[in-house]
Ligand binder design. Structure first.
Ligand code: 2BA
Length: 109
């Protein structure tokens, strides 16, 4: 068995959870936020038998889209008389960041 830990964008979470559940794949959604953008995203915990990992990955691929987001960098320390104009920077946020982890033991008590 494997545990897929998938960080996805909040906008894709409902459709992705629905697609996984509809395919009979159990999923738990956690609210999370990215360290770089400091914006909300979603983390899915998906426990699957080895032979369904590619099935789950395909559903993530189908439902999670890459998007552009803009962030305004933190202003640096400026000396008196200096001037800093913060410009928004475009950042590509991927469809999904997926960790595939071996599950040593799985029990429902
Ligand atoms: P964030 O950390 O908010 O990152 C959002 C996007 O910002 C990233 O998209 C990447 O394009 C960019 N980015 C991140 N760190 C950067 C840096 N130091 N310099 C320049 N650009 C940077 P993704 O790579 O698609 O990641 C989307 C979200 O997935 C991340 O949100 C984070 O929550 C999670 N993630 C990505 N890689 C991870 C990792 N190795 N470990 C844990 N979580 C990860």
């Amino acid at each position: 068995m494997k545990l897929l830990i998938a960080v996805i964008q909040g906008e894709d979470a409902a459709a992705t959870v629905q697609a996984l559940s509809g395919a009979g794949i159990s999923v738990t959604k956690l609210s999370s936020s990215g360290g770089f953008l400091q914006q909300g995203n979603a983390t899915l915990m998906i426990g699957v038998d080895n032979d369904r990992v590619e099935n789950a990955m395909a559903l993530l691929r189908e439902n999670c889209r890459e998007r552009s987001q803009y962030m305004t960098p933190m202003p640096p320390m400026v000396e008196p008389g200096e001037f800093f104009m913060p410009y928004p920077v475009e950042v590509q946020v991927g469809g999904a960041t997926v960790f595939v982890v071996d599950v040593e033991r799985f029990e429902k008590l």
